[in-house]
Design a protein around this ligand. Structure first.
Ligand SMILES: [Zn+2]
Ligand SMILES: [Zn+2]
Length: 349
């Protein structure tokens, strides 16, 4: 952490292509809040969208937005009444704050709460400022203490690993099943890891580039397929669509057995997407979405601790914050990187 004279660094997007490293006042935690000294921040697809397009889907940046929702660090200061953590403890953060009062929240599915706020998101106005900053203040119930011995780098991927874990959970019991994963970006690769942990027998992964497939293989994919080489012969009991493309979705619909299950995880382009919907009808396919996560970080941390969940091959680069201008193009190039972490240690405040 680099804090000087009460100011800190923050990664702020102002619009398409306009990403700045700025100085902000260090925020102080209010009652029931915790200030975290951020050490690592994982660059996510949504961060890349805000940087490139000034928007994620329909959510446009309308005021300067601090990016980032995949962070790990140590507790820096406590607001009044906080008792569950101590200063200096290693932690990660649950980026969502659901309302707790709607039908979805009361029904045990807060990840699809229509009123939820999410770190580093322009979905609401004022925007919810994110965690790519030396100091991040969140509610006490968003702070997730790390098990002893888990390093902060791995902790920085607990958020995307929880997204993957939630998607695998949508399969029900994945043990001994044959699963297709379309798209080997960071999320698709973490889906492979989560499928391994869940005991899947076959994990077939497709992508348009060879480099991401090599990461998927390192994580336990039993077969990798370059899309250009043809996907017509693929068969599976279930599929998890992680590419965010209609073509990937169609590969899933065609590959699963009659009566099979397709989990939609990757966000498709904004608007309506053309998919082979007749297959859903004539083959009685089940199609279910998977959005963010709820309590999965607990399972992910346990699986990281006992070695069931492999994530190291996903983290391909750790870039110091001073090299921010290189980090985003790197993270946006699937032939050069999988998950890129920003390192907030050191540097010039
Ligand atoms: Zn993310
Ligand atoms: Zn709610």
């Amino acid at each position: 952490m680099a804090v000087l004279d009460g100011t800190m660094r923050a990664v702020v997007v102002h619009g398409a292509g306009d990403l700045r490293l700025e100085h902000r006042d260090v925020p102080a935690p209010g009652p029931g809040e915790v200030a975290i000294a951020v050490r690592y921040g994982g660059i996510c697809g949504s961060d890349l969208h805000y940087w490139r397009h000034g928007a994620v889907g329909e959510f446009r940046v309308r005021e300067p937005l601090v990016l980032g929702h995949e962070v790990a660090g140590t507790v820096h200061a406590l607001g009044d009444g906080v008792e569950s953590v101590t200063v200096g403890a290693p932690v990660t953060v649950h980026p969502a704050t659901p309302c707790g009062a709607c039908r979805q929240c009361l029904g045990g599915r807060p990840n699809i709460c229509p009123n939820a706020r999410y770190l580093g998101s322009a979905a609401r106005f004022p925007h919810v400022q994110g965690g790519f900053a030396d100091v991040l203040v969140v509610r006490e119930d968003q702070v997730i203490a790390l098990p002893a011995g888990l390093d902060l780098r791995r902790a920085a991927v607990v958020e995307p690993a929880s997204v993957a874990w939630h998607a695998v959970r949508q399969l029900g019991d994945a043990r001994d099943s044959r699963v297709l994963v379309t798209g080997a970006g960071p999320i698709g690769c973490l889906v492979v890891s989560a499928l391994r942990a869940a005991g899947a027998a076959e994990i077939v992964v497709t992508d348009v580039h060879p480099e991401p497939l090599a990461v998927a293989a390192a994580l336990g994919a039993t077969r990798t397929v370059l899309v250009g080489d043809g996907t017509d012969d693929l068969t599976a009991d279930a599929a998890i669509e992680s590419s965010g493309s209609p073509a990937g979705f169609n590969t899933c619909l065609r590959a699963v057995d009659r009566g099979g299950l397709v989990v939609g995880l990757g966000l498709l382009p904004p608007g309506d997407s053309p998919i082979a919907a007749n297959l859903i009808v004539t083959r009685e396919l089940r199609v279910v979405g998977s959005f963010r996560f709820d309590r999965e970080p607990g399972d992910v941390l346990a699986a990281l601790s006992d070695g069931r969940l492999a994530v190291d091959p996903v983290i391909t680069q750790v870039v110091p914050l001073d090299a921010l201008g290189d980090a985003f193009p790197l993270a946006g190039d699937p032939t050069r990187s999988c998950k890129v972490l920003l390192d907030f240690a050191g540097g010039t405040p």
